[in-house]
Design a protein around this ligand. Structure first.
Ligand SMILES: CC(C)(COP(=O)(O)OP(=O)(O)OC[C@H]1O[C@@H](n2cnc3c(N)ncnc32)[C@H](O)[C@@H]1OP(=O)(O)O)[C@@H](O)C(=O)NCCC(=O)NCCS
Length: 171
């Protein structure tokens, strides 16, 4: 039985630990902590997967902007997504992504960007972001840089650079 729910203050330490053990480094745990402090943080889009009362997975969607010729288009970055190693390949990651995307749509968001495993995210509807006209300000292989339109046509006619908050620098 998997429960997916928004994070609570008492989950902060466990969320840091899930990210630390999933990625084997501190960067993503620090990223989550820094994004949580930012004014743009959306607590409803920081979700945990709970199994037998323990946090075993976490996903965060946070605001970014796509710089287009006549201004900025709001979007969300999916990052990070983490499942404790001993719970991987049991559907927790998929449950977090699917629940998260529904929540993003319900809150009125239209576009999600991810830089991640090319074999993983297409199953949720993500596809090449460059093919949709997007670019990132750091090197990212075509197959790893993906986007999803929650509203069909949201990226029609859009060409632009994804601007990440400073918290992402060096992650
Ligand atoms: C990637 C991750 C979040 C997936 O979560 P999960 O709960 O293990 O995934 P699920 O059980 O929902 O899905 C399992 C599928 O994901 C695939 N998968 C798992 N880890 C993967 C990885 N690192 N790269 C590509 N695919 C991966 C499995 O091969 C499996 O594929 P299949 O359904 O075709 O057999 C998890 O493995 C993890 O935390 N990895 C370390 C951190 C990380 O890489 N995060 C994502 C950054 S983009």
């Amino acid at each position: 039985m998997i429960t997916i729910r928004p994070e609570r203050e008492e989950d902060y330490a466990a969320i840091g630990e899930v990210n630390r053990v999933a990625f084997g480094r501190e960067n993503e745990a620090r990223l989550v902590g820094n994004l949580r402090k930012s004014v743009n943080f959306i607590p409803e889009l920081s979700l945990v997967a709970v199994k037998d009362g323990s946090v075993v997975g976490h996903i965060l969607f946070s605001p970014i902007a796509i710089q287009v010729s006549n201004g900025n288009l709001p979007a969300l970055a999916l990052a990070p997504l983490a499942v404790r190693p001993e719970y991987q390949n049991q559907g927790f990651g998929s449950a977090l992504v699917r629940h998260g995307l529904r929540q993003c749509r319900d809150l009125g968001h239209k576009v999600i960007v991810v830089v991640g495993h090319p074999e993983y995210y297409p199953r949720f509807g993500f596809s090449s972001a460059r093919a949709k006209g997007l670019e990132v300000p750091f090197p990212a292989p075509d197959e790893a840089f993906m986007a999803l339109e929650l509203v069909s046509g949201a990226l029609d006619g859009i060409a632009g650079l994804v601007i990440y908050p400073a918290a992402f620098d060096g992650v």
